[in-house]
Write a protein that binds this ligand. Structure first.
Ligand SMILES: CC(C)(COP(=O)(O)OP(=O)(O)OC[C@H]1O[C@@H](n2cnc3c(N)ncnc32)[C@H](O)[C@@H]1OP(=O)(O)O)[C@@H](O)C(=O)NCCC(=O)NCCS
Length: 177
């Protein structure tokens, strides 16, 4: 699966991507608001093995794709679409980007491409996402691609020994469909 945008392209991960994945996944700044990491090398290779297994599952419900930079071909991050209910056409998205590429609109473009694919190609009706209330950048990404704030979930994750709350966002593709 490949989803091409103006400045980034989403594609399937490969084992050879491990060093580039590890670069951002082991960065404490990048995982500060996330419920995983910073990765040891074994965490990164286990992640890539999991992604491969998920890609080969039938039916496939998890799409964890590499965000590659069109100008360099480098893997800059990951975006995930998880189909939580095929019957109710409901899915969740998440994303992560190397700190060296923050502030360029790449995260927004990658999330937008994934949402468009989810609606047009996977037929999803509702796309959800959550983020740490302190994660201003992620909240902006969600707002910029059209997800609306729906509520506040307390103690959603236990992150490195502390309970973390979540802001809940969602987008309805076509209310009439
Ligand atoms: C959240 C994230 C994907 C945003 O990606 P991005 O490519 O920087 O997104 P954009 O360039 O579109 O900027 C979105 C917002 O990020 C913030 N931002 C921009 N540059 C930034 C920088 N250098 N440092 C920190 N935040 C920055 C701004 O609030 C910006 O909103 P604005 O456009 O209204 O100013 C990225 O910061 C990231 O990967 N963070 C770590 C992982 C993470 O938190 N993932 C989300 C989990 S819910």
């Amino acid at each position: 699966m490949v989803v091409a945008g103006a400045r980034v392209t989403l594609r399937e991960f490969r084992f050879e991507d491990a060093p580039q994945v590890h670069q951002y996944a082991s960065d404490p700044r990048v995982v500060n608001h996330l419920n995983w990491g910073p990765n040891a090398w074994g965490d990164t290779t286990a992640f890539l093995a999991l992604v491969k297994a998920e890609a080969e599952a039938s039916p496939r419900v998890s799409y964890q794709l590499a965000i590659t930079e069109n100008s360099t071909g480098l893997v800059m991050g990951a975006v995930r679409l998880a189909i939580e209910s095929p019957r109710h056409r409901r899915a969740a998205i998440g994303y992560v980007l190397a700190a060296s590429r923050w502030g360029l609109g790449y995260g927004t473009e990658a999330a937008q491409l994934m949402v468009q694919w989810a609606i047009r190609d996977a037929g999803m009706h509702r796309i959800e996402a959550t983020c740490d209330p302190a994660n201003h950048g992620s909240r902006r990404v969600l707002e910029k691609i059209g997800l609306q704030y729906e509520g506040y979930r307390r103690h959603d994750f236990l992150v490195r020994g502390h309970w973390r709350d979540s802001l809940m966002f969602a987008l309805i593709a076509d209310p009439a469909d």
